[in-house]
Ligand binder design. Structure first.
Ligand code: IYR
Length: 292
């Protein structure tokens, strides 16, 4: 006996209404689910873009995995600073400024040797710089070997020849007139050391997984600032040389891994006795700060 037939026949309008209701609810639910997952992926995209934007380098591995060092178990310890009396703060800050104000970019070097342990201290000082998530995304190749310095010069001059002739453009060359730089870089061979600064775009764990190096460009730049101050403090001269397009060849020459990018070349030593610098003046305080 079929009892459902008269039931469906009598109540089909209600059954249809309930079915349509269920379909509508499911549709609305699936819509919200999709839109929230779209939002999530746009957050992820932003995060990726944010990380990538740091310096146009992917910090996420090929599988999309990010790996950061976990400092969860890193102990936090008390920290205190020496507290100077006000007048001492003033004299210390003034003296440091006066020392740093003597720093100049030097392009004429003596070949007089410099003790390696001075350079080591300078690099330890550079390594005290802050970095994104304390990832310390920097590395330094300290070159004193004359043949390697010659090879660096060869690479850099080859690229700089093209830079000055083609890549830089007339406006750039005009702006550099005042510094009188050219593609020639004899100081690379004359200075007792050439420090090649690398930024580590990402870190590598022993098992090959990548460590995200947040703000690696900014962190390395701050590190170089410390380095320059430390060199000045030690009585050593340098010039922040940026040989465009030479990075990959320098990295290969110096046997550095693919996660490192050469960002700067620093010849280091004493100025030659006939060294000159352009007679630049620095912006006065009112042009570099505002009190609000
Ligand atoms: N990197 C080139 C050109 C150069 C560019 C700027 I901007 C400078 O302030 C100085 C030089 C070179 O080292 O000659």
């Amino acid at each position: 006996m079929d009892v459902s037939a008269p039931f469906i026949a009598n109540y089909w309008q209600y059954i249809l209404t309930v079915c349509i209701g269920i379909i509508i609810v499911q549709f609305i639910q699936s819509f919200y689910k999709n839109s929230s997952s779209t939002n999530r992926s746009s957050v992820d995209d932003n995060r990726k873009i944010f990380v990538d934007n740091d310096d146009d380098e992917g910090c996420v591995d090929d599988n999309g995995n990010q790996s950061v060092p976990t400092d969860d178990d890193c102990e936090h310890i008390p920290y205190g600073m020496v507290r100077y009396p006000n007048d001492e703060m003033l004299t210390r800050s003034r003296h440091f400024y006066e020392e740093m104000n003597k720093r100049r970019s030097v392009r004429f070097f003596s070949d007089e040797p410099v003790a390696l342990n001075v350079i080591e201290n300078v690099l330890l000082t550079a390594g005290t710089a802050p970095s994104g998530a304390h990832t310390e995304p920097w590395f330094f190749a300290v070159v004193s070997n004359p043949e390697v310095k010659s090879s660096i010069r060869e690479i850099v001059e080859e690229e700089e020849r093209i830079n000055y002739a083609k890549r830089m453009g007339q406006k750039w060359l005009d702006d550099l007139e005042v510094i009188k730089t050219t593609w020639r870089k004899p100081y690379i061979e004359t200075a007792p050391y050439v420090i090649v600064v690398f930024k580590q775009v990402y870190g590598l764990k022993k098992d090959g997984t990548r460590i995200v190096h947040y703000y690696n460009e900014m962190s390395s730049s701050i590190c170089v600032g410390f380095l320059l101050a430390a060199l000045q403090n030690a009585g050593l001269a340098t010039v922040t040389s940026t040989p465009m397009n030479s990075g990959p060849r320098l990295r290969q020459l110096l046997g550095r891994p693919v996660n490192e990018k050469a960002i700067l070349l620093l010849p280091v030593g004493f100025p030659s006795s006939d060294a000159t610098v352009p007679n630049f003046h620095r912006k006065p305080l009112e042009e570099l700060m505002v009190t609000i």
